[in-house]
Design a protein around this ligand. Structure first.
Ligand code: CP
Ligand code: NVA
Length: 306
């Protein structure tokens, strides 16, 4: 049994399979062709933080695969009343076939997985957001072909998204130019791939403009992630120069793409003319969450089917 708790849980070969499978599943969806490999299977979705895309993409995706879903939040389950995570894992995984969790510390999802009878998927933790990077790389491939050897510029917080990009770079052979304000750097230990911290797959820039030079993809995220709201005012000051604007896009490659996992704050981490401009692929990126996660759920429950 496999879990998907961090990007480095899968090999490059498994990712090649998933990207191909997601393309096929997307094609079927677009042509209204039924694809029901998960009939009678149930996905439990546990949300301890808010969500729009993750909820809709997993829920719609599971129904489209022929299965069904159960939706739990901290507020409407015993999870919010201090039932031990281990007990919750044992119970939920006896009644369902697959579990997706969005929570705070990575250790929480690891404890759940350790006591689960069924595969567990990380739907975002403070440390990682692997389903999002799966969608982002799939979107890059759709628009530009293989990401191997390419340069991704990460502008902003050294957060769950940044950590996951760095794991992906080491695994799939591309480079990340990271620019964060001082004090908000990525945690190198968390961000390292299966072979440990690799200096070759990322480079730090104190100036975000320098990080964007020659990039094939410029990407950013909110200045304040969920769970860090108390730091909002301090972060607004610290991140003021880490706003992706036309000047940054102009020094990237002429055909560079712009991505943002969303939700976005126009005028903070990105200017409206960039996210709503011709280089932005954020709507494809959001939609692709569903297609890659359908491939992921099928893979975790049935293995390779092609
Ligand atoms: N990108 C993403 O995970 O969005 P939600 O928070 O809406 O799920
Ligand atoms: N880094 C953001 C991503 C939201 C999808 C957060 O964790 O809130």
């Amino acid at each position: 049994m496999k879990h998907y708790l961090q990007f480095k849980d899968f090999t490059a070969d498994e990712y090649a399979y998933l990207f191909e499978r997601a393309a096929l599943i997307k094609k079927k969806f677009k042509s209204y062709e039924k694809h029901h490999p998960l009939v009678d299977r149930t996905l439990a979705m546990i949300f301890e933080k808010a969500s729009t895309r993750t909820r809709v993409s997993f829920e719609a995706g599971m129904y489209q695969l022929g299965g069904s879903v159960v939706h739990l939040t901290t507020g409407d389950s015993q999870l919010g009343r201090a039932e031990p995570i281990e007990d919750s894992a044992k119970v939920i995984s006896r009644m369902t076939d697959l579990v997706m969790i969005r929570t705070f510390e990575q250790t929480k999802i690891e404890r759940f997985a350790a006591h689960s009878r069924v595969p567990v998927i990380n739907g975002l933790t403070n440390e990682f957001h692997p389903c999002q990077i799966l969608a982002d790389i799939f979107t890059f491939i759709e628009h530009r072909g293989s990401i191997a050897g390419k340069v991704v510029a990460w502008v902003g917080d050294g957060n769950n998204m940044a950590n996951t990009w760095l794991q992906a770079a080491e695994l799939l052979g591309f480079k990340v130019h990271v620019s964060t304000p001082r004090g908000y750097e990525v945690d190198e230990k968390l961000a390292s791939g299966p072979s440990g911290p690799s200096a070759g797959s990322y480079q730090f820039f104190s100036d975000p403009l320098e990080a964007c030079k020659g990039a094939d993809l410029v990407t950013t995220d909110v200045w304040t992630s969920m769970g860090y709201e108390a730091e909002n005012e301090a972060r607004k000051k610290a991140f003021a120069d880490w706003c992706v604007d036309q000047e940054m896009m102009a020094v990237a490659k002429p055909d560079a793409l712009f991505m943002h996992c969303l939700p976005a704050h126009r005028g903070e981490e990105v200017e409206a003319d960039v996210i709503d401009g011709p280089q932005s692929v954020v709507w494809d990126e959001a939609e692709n969450r569903m297609h890659v996660q359908k491939a992921l759920m099928e893979y975790l429950l049935l293995g390779r089917v092609a």
